[in-house]
Ligand binder design. Sequence first.
Ligand SMILES: [Fe+2]
Length: 281
Amino acid sequence: MLPYTRFTLTPTTPTIGAEISGIQLSGQLSDETMSELRRALLEWKVLFFRDQTIDRSEHRDFASRWGSLEQHPFFKYTQPGQSEADIVTLAKDAMTGGVENNWHNDVSWHEFPSFAAVLRAVEVPPVGGDTLWADTGAAYELLPEGIKERIDQLVAEHDWINSFGKHMDPSTVAKLRPQFPAVRHPVVRVIPETGRKVLFVNLSFTQRIVGVSEAESDELLTLLYRHVHRPEFQVRLKWRTNTIAFWDNRTCQHYAASDYFPARRVMDRISIVGDRPVGTR
Ligand SMILES: [Fe+2]
């Protein structure tokens, strides 16, 4: 394993999560630092940066270095003072309780689900409001061989209709449907840079496994979700103001614990466009 020379990396668990210290993401990051960050992201799936002095435009500049930015189609936040220029910034509403308290890969119902997200804690409750991530590569590796063989070539349907769609009126759903049809992605996704296999089904957005009976789809998805959600695959972050989490949305799932309302939890998120998931064949 190559060492990291541009910052200090401290693993949070044996396979997922690492705290990076010694750099400010608002600064001019050299190509060498970016290259080490990319390696760290691939190795640890989610990186934590404490005490970051960074404003929204610097946050956006950092995210832009990883690819094109994307806007969540159903969360067009309009916080006071937020302008069109902030459109890629998803700020969690200060006044609502839990959202995202279900395991998911962000927008897996997109044809091109996010590559990554950069999430900054703007305001956090005194206690609670942690985020958890689960390592879907480690989970895949520790599946029984017979299950791997059963799922390696399968494809699953992902959709927003049973999550976001449930909170919309029927006319809104009908209007959005042509723009966002259900999509199909491999159940086992291969990460091009590493060749690593990861599970790419999630409780929030995966509807069914295609080409098998409903009973078999239910059986497999239940088994896979229970497996991915084991604590051995997880890391849990206690936020502080100006903590940043930067995760690879391809190689881990996440869950925002909704245990703090009516305390406030305000986050700024910027997501980066990803590729079409590739399967094992
Ligand atoms: Fe999310």
